[in-house]
Design a protein around this ligand. Sequence first.
Ligand code: SF4
Length: 339
Amino acid sequence: MGVEKIRVSIGSASVLGLYGGARFKDPPTTCYLMTYSAGNDPVGRRCLGNCGFCPQARDAESSLELLSRVTWPVYHLKEVFTKLKYLSPNKQFKRICVQTLNYTQNFEDLKYIITQIRRNNNTPISIAIPPFTEEKLKELKRIGVERVGIALDASTQEIFDKIKGKGVDGPYRWEHHFKTLENALNIFSEGKVSTHLIIGLGETSKDVAELIMRLSNMKITVGLFSFTPIKGTSLEKLSPPDLLRFRKIQLALYLIAKKNRTLNEITFNTRGDIIKFNLNKVELLQIIQESDAFLTTGCPGCNRPYYTSKPSGPIYNFPRKLTQEEMKIIYNSLLKYVN
Ligand code: SF4
């Protein structure tokens, strides 16, 4: 007997017609699902990971309905797949993404979910997983997973250890995450493996840019999130990052990953802040008018509306093209950092 229940992000549940509450201004373009494991507890069991920012973490006291600031109600798997199957053409998702928590049966559950989706659905599937063995990664590729994400979250080994590893008695190790990313690259191929970095965990912008360079050289796609304090997590009192600092890191990611620029074209001060980009004003304007640098980053077709930002703002990752007003604000804020 396979999995019976699954969590669905509330925005995806709304598109699917599972959730009848308020309509969402910017609907998700990806269907976000999350593994659900009840164990002996009907509200579900916590992840074996203990990441300091995460409401699913082993020692967190947050609601298990949350991942980041988004609510994920539980539904019957059959009901979700029926809704997916009969979704009207104008509501079709560009991608399905399965967030996989760390628990004993997670691989078997994930395999079952993927197999069930693949029975009558050809939408590309991404998975966000804890580090799995090579054999498991091969098996997931074989049954139809297109892309895999393994989140580093932290931008330095020291912060990783403190927030996801030894410092929180967590199961993760920086080198092992990198080794699994390399294994995933060999199995899923270049450009099909991604990781996420959370900005605001105590790293400098230079730390982030150097790691983005390393990951881009490995052909790993990088997604950025702003840190979001969630009640009941050990980091609930930490503040989100400064918006301008986040904008500069978004621009750095875009220049390195999409325009093949090098670190020599970004100037940092002694504190590791970005103080200049080797760009002129026209180039900056073109980048802003195109919007891409400031949208949610990750797999193609993923917009994760308001995953880390309140709809009332400030918006860190935009889930859609920028408005003229937003372009103007971003241009004015970045103007003094270009030539
Ligand atoms: S492994 Fe993922 S779900 Fe588990 S605590 Fe860490 S971030 Fe949260």
